[in-house]
Structures are given as C-alpha cells and as structure tokens.
Design a protein around this ligand. Structure first.
Ligand code: ATP
Ligand code: MG
Length: 321
C-alpha cells in the first residue's frame, strides 16, 4: 500500500532522511520511533507531499505519488499533528468539514459526515459543534483533529505525535479510541510517537529510525526479543524490555489448568497482561495467581516459576533463529 524505496531528503546539503526503504501493507498500523531529529516527521510529510523528496520513489498502491493529483492525494491521506492544527476562528463542525468542503461535497452531505464523525469520536453535536478550538480541552481538540483527518474517509492516516501533549489518562483513552476505530475502519496508519509503550500497544509493525535511517523494523515482539544493537535496545527500554514484552502478552495465553490445590487468593483476568499479573504477584507477595473469566469464574492459574521458564525458552528460540 505505502512503499518507500531508497528515499532521501536533503535540506540544503544536509540529509534529513537517507535511503529509506519501507513497505507498509494495507490496513497495518506502523509506528515510527527514534530520537528527536531522526527524520520521522520529514518521512510523514514526504508521504503526503507536504515535502518533496530529493531522491528515491514513494508509491501508493503501486503508483508514484508524483503522479497523483494533489486533490486526490489529500482525499486519500488524513493527517493529524500534535497541536491539532485546527483553525482557531472556525468552530468544531467547520473544522471537521474542511476536506469534504474542499472536495466540493454538497453541504447536506458535509453536515451529515461531520455529525457522523462527531458521534464516532464521542463528541456530542449539541455540545461541541459550535465550540471554537480555544474552548476545548487538549483531549477534545485531538479528537476533533482525528475527526477532521477522517472526514473524507481516507484509507491512509498519518499521525505525528497526536497524543504527545496529553496527560497519561486522556492519552490512554484516546489510544483505546484509536484501537477501536482501527478495528472497525482498517485504515493504513503511520504513527509517530516518542512514547514507546504507546508504540508497542498500538502498532502491528515498529520502525526504529536513527540519523535519518531505518535501523530495525519488525513486529513489536520481534524487536523486543531481538533488538539489533544497543541503540534499539535502550530505545525499547533496556532493562525494562522483559516487562514491555510481558505487557504485550495476555494472561490467557500463558495460564495452566486449575490444579488440585486450593485456588490462590489473588485473581487476575484472562484478558489482563502478563505485566499486570507480575505486578500483582509483587504487590500481593505471591508466586501464583488464580485466573478468572469475565464472570469471575476461575478458569486456570498462572505461576511465576512457569512464566520465567517460558520467557527464557522463548528467548532461546529467538536466539536460534
Ligand atoms: N524545513 C527544514 N529545513 C531545514 N532542516 C529541516 C527542516 N525540517 C526538518 N529539518 C531537519 O531535518 C532533520 C529531521 O527532522 P524531523 O522533523 O523529521 O525530525 P523528527 O524525527 O520528527 O524529530 P522530533 O522527534 O523532534 O519531532 C532534523 O535535523 C531537522 O533539523
Ligand atoms: Mg517530528
């Protein structure tokens, strides 16, 4: 769906992105991570042609973006940035309807689309349609930003640190919202973030950049298991890598059948993560937990010893590959 082949971008003589080769399949959620100035935003802006690449080839569905009509490109690609980029003198409804209006949709259709999106993003029309950006909280403004990016039903979403300025609780809520949206809409998403937990939580594929180049790409789990060098290792959390890996794994995938002994006092749910289970073991001073389903019925148990052994085996396996 999105293909970059040997793409470079120079500002004057200085390279910002060099020889980038990346292929993002349709419907995938790709997170771009790396230290400040490594070329993440530049990469996004080349994909929607806010910046022209200096060399190499960028294609959408096998067609060079240079050959795309700019209006069509704008329709196909939604763009969300950290400070939302909303027009301050336009109310929420007008901001969301921007691209459909540019595309000359009939007014009734624009209004209908705006209402639909406000519903989708949990912004009641009666409360928010006529508010101006300065009357919104950061989280609400980001929702409007996402709604605006989705307005013309693009199949690609580029998101540049969209939740960067939010408190952890609002951030987590919007991550949840984005995951639900993605499960329904199956957009192809390129998402830039400095928050590794956010990247690991949301992404199907993780791309690590350094000094304008890609140093490693793969699934979050594969990178956590086998970072290519000490830079990727430290970016992914260094000593915390084991816990980050545990946060990507559900209890239900590691539980054993209930044993004949009395169930453990502490209970963990099948859908919780191994990281949460480990935290509970530390909190409650216990080496095993009873696993319960959503009706609080015991369905298995989780043992610390077994977890450690399995994690070790998984690592051995990845070393052999
Ligand atoms: N318009 C520009 N003119 C000159 N240099 C630029 C321009 N835009 C970006 N750069 C340079 O290109 C490099 C990559 O910048 P970019 O904004 O892509 O980094 P980034 O990875 O998004 O960083 P951050 O995480 O801080 O947002 C930086 O060295 C930056 O100074
Ligand atoms: Mg940036």
């Amino acid at each position: 769906m999105i293909e970059l082949c040997n793409v470079s971008k120079f500002f004057d003589q200085t390279p910002a992105v060099e020889e980038l080769t990346l292929s993002i399949p349709k419907g995938k959620f790709c997170a771009l991570v790396g230290t400040s100035g490594c070329g993440k935003s530049t990469t996004l802006r080349m994909i929607n042609r806010l910046l022209t690449h200096s060399s190499g080839e960028i294609e959408l569905d096998g067609q060079s973006i240079d050959a795309y009509d700019p209006v069509l490109l704008r329709r196909r690609i939604g763009y969300v940035i950290q400070n939302t980029g909303l027009f301050p003198h336009w109310n929420v409804a007008r901001n969301i309807g921007l691209v459909p209006r540019l595309l000359k949709w009939p007014t009734a259709q624009v209004n209908q689309r705006v209402e639909e999106l406000m519903g989708l993003l949990g912004l009641p029309v009666s409360e928010f349609a006529h508010k101006y950006p300065h009357q919104l909280s950061g989280g609400q403004a980001q929702r409007v930003g996402v709604a605006r990016a989705l307005a013309a039903d693009p199949d690609i979403l580029l998101m540049d640190e969209p939740f960067g300025a939010l408190d952890p609780i609002t951030r987590e809520k919007l991550q949840e919202m984005l995951m639900q949206l993605q499960a329904r809409l199956h957009k192809t998403i390129v998402f830039v973030t400095h928050d590794m937990d956010e990247a690991l939580r949301l992404a199907d594929m993780l791309v690590v950049m350094r000094d304008g180049r890609i140093v490693q790409q793969g699934t979050p789990l594969s990178l956590l298991q086998k970072p290519t060098d000490s830079f990727v290792d430290s970016l992914l959390g260094g000593l915390e890598r084991g816990l980050k890996q545990a946060s990507l794994t559900r209890v239900k995938d590691h539980m054993a059948p209930l044993g004949p002994h009395l169930p453990a006092q502490s209970r963990v749910m099948t859908e919780q993560t191994l990281r949460q289970a480990l935290s509970m073991m530390l909190r409650d001073h216990c080496e095993w937990l009873t696993v319960v389903d959503q009706h609080d019925v015991p369905v298995g148990e989780l043992s610390l010893r077994k977890l450690v052994k399995e994690a070790f085996q998984a690592q051995e396996k990845s070393r052999d590959v």
